[in-house]
Each structure stands twice: as structure tokens, then as C-alpha cells.
Write a protein that binds this ligand. Sequence first.
Ligand SMILES: NC(=O)c1ccc[n+]([C@@H]2O[C@H](COP(=O)([O-])OP(=O)(O)OC[C@H]3O[C@@H](n4cnc5c(N)ncnc54)[C@H](OP(=O)(O)O)[C@@H]3O)[C@@H](O)[C@H]2O)c1
Length: 308
Amino acid sequence: MSTATDAATVAIVGPGAIGTTVAAALHQAGRTPLLCGRTPRSELILEDGERRITVPGPVRNDPGQIDGTVDIVFLAVKATQTEAAAGWLAALCGPDTVVCVLQNGVEQMEQVARHAPKSPNTSNSPGARIIPAVVWFPAQGQPDGSVRLRGEARLSLPDTQAAQVVAEALRGTLCAVDVTANFQTLAWRKLLQNAVAGLMALTHRRAGMFARPDIATLAIAYLQECLAVARAEGAQLDDETPEEILAKFQAAPADMGTSILADRQAGRPLEWDIRNGVIARRARAHGIATPISDIVVPLLAAASDGPG
Ligand SMILES: NC(=O)c1ccc[n+]([C@@H]2O[C@H](COP(=O)([O-])OP(=O)(O)OC[C@H]3O[C@@H](n4cnc5c(N)ncnc54)[C@H](OP(=O)(O)O)[C@@H]3O)[C@@H](O)[C@H]2O)c1
């Protein structure tokens, strides 16, 4: 039986590691999305344990080829690529389109609204409904172009009407969705995890480095600094959060990487501003001193953007 959800039209903008995972989840449930990327490809492949899911393409690479808007856009480009992907948002979004931003950070709505088409009624508000997501799962692009899912696919969304549309589209798929009233706290917790992972991009080392006592001490001090900012922003995180995050890195396989390290090793721009810079910026607004961010953030920014 066909339902309104089955009929929802969906596009993935940025069919990389995260975009391929969500595309595969939708395809398996019979809701094959339109694929909008940068590199043309005939199909996407997700390796999930023993399963191999092929999502039929093609991956389109020209927003000019799009002849209508869709109900849901999953935006899964890196935050550094959002501006370049604005043409896709212009082509795919109508006033009722829900844009679910599958990016790290706590500023997805503001950042994406800047590049979304404007509502014809109010030139300052976006002509689409934008919602952030916390992406909890690791997925990794492979040299052959396939993507390996390295955990249970799960998203957290804020408890809003637009989020219900997304949750409905992913219902019963391999990608679980929690809709939570506690979204801000979850997003900040994930941000703290991302922020400390930034140290791996500076050392060019994987999770094993957190076994070093000196790195563990630095990580805790940095996480405590970030925790003070998170709380000032309203996140309800408890005193044990820094130790819990460090313990997770220490328990991870020593060769576990992070996307900011992969980007650094590949010489790509880093998401330093949405993962680390944001904490220093928000701290300044609250008058909170951030001596560790004041060193970490410029080093990441220079590593990413140069010059030199
Ligand atoms: N990977 C993870 O485990 C993970 C976990 C949690 C959160 N995240 C977050 O999720 C977001 C996406 O990360 P990711 O790892 O999926 O990145 P990714 O693998 O690099 O995927 C980005 C995709 O966007 C495409 N793209 C680039 N510019 C574009 C444009 N102008 N128009 C359309 N598509 C474009 C890229 O195409 P090309 O193939 O041409 O490069 C690529 O397919 C990031 O904010 C990341 O921090 C990632």
C-alpha cells in the first residue's frame, strides 16, 4: 500500500560517506533518492558488515539538470563545501522542503540558511525548513569509491514537525532516528568529541595517541574548557563528560581515525571552524577564557587554509 511517506521525494546532496549510508537506507526501504554530487558516478555502494547495498544512480553533478523540487533534502557535504553546494539547494528546495543537515557542529541551521534559497515572502528567511542532525555513526570512503559503515547507523534530530518528516522517511530502515527534546545537549556532547579529535589532525596520529598520559592530560584540560562553553550555551552535560569522552577514545581501536585527520592527511580543507573554532567564538560571547582553544584553533586553521 502506498502511503504519503512512500511518495515523499528525497534527494541526497553530497553522496560521500554519510550521504551514501543514508541513500542506501532509503533505497533498501524502496525510497531510492535522487543523488546530487560533485563527481559523476553510475551508482553508490555501501558495505555494511557482510551486506553490500548498491544504490542506483546516476550521481548527477549539475543542478541545472534538476527539473523540480523535492520533499526532503539530506545535505551531507562537508561544512567547508556548503557554499559550493548552494546551487543544489536552489534547484531542489521549495517552501515546504525539509533540509536535514548531516554535518557536525552546532551551527548547521545558521550556516545552511545562509546558502539556502530565500523565501519569496520574507527575503531574510530561508525558503525551506532546515533541521540539524547529530550523526552518531562512523562511515569511511574506500579507495574503490565504496563506503564502509563502521557502526550502527543512527541520527538524533530535534523534536520538531520538520524532523518528523525525516524520521518518517527513515522509519524501518538501517538508519535509526531518535527524535529528542534534548537535542542541544546531544549536539554539544558530540561537538566536544569532535573538538578533542581535532588533536589527532595536529599530531597526524590515530586514537592510540590518547593512551599517552601527556595527551590524556591535555585532552581532559581541553574538554573541560569546552564543557564550560557548552554549559554556558545551555547544554546539560555533567562533570564526568570529559573523562567519559576520553575513555571512549582510549577504548577505541588504536588505528581508529577521524574525518578531520583523514582530511588533513589528504591535504583537503578541514572543518576546523565548525568543530573547534565555534567553541572559542561562543566562549568569547560569554566572556569565558579559552587558553587551549587559543592555541589549537589557529594551528588547525593554518593547517587547513595556509598560507604557506
Ligand atoms: N564520515 C563520518 O564518519 C562522519 C561521522 C559523523 C559526522 N560526519 C560529518 O558528516 C559530514 C559529511 O561528511 P562525510 O564524511 O560524509 O564527507 P565526504 O565523504 O567527504 O562526503 C562529502 C560528499 O560531498 C560531495 N560534494 C563536495 N562538494 C559538493 C558540491 N558542491 N555539490 C555536491 N556534492 C559535493 C563530495 O563529492 P566528491 O566525491 O567529489 O568529493 C562527497 O561525495 C561532515 O560534516 C562530517 O564532519 C562524518
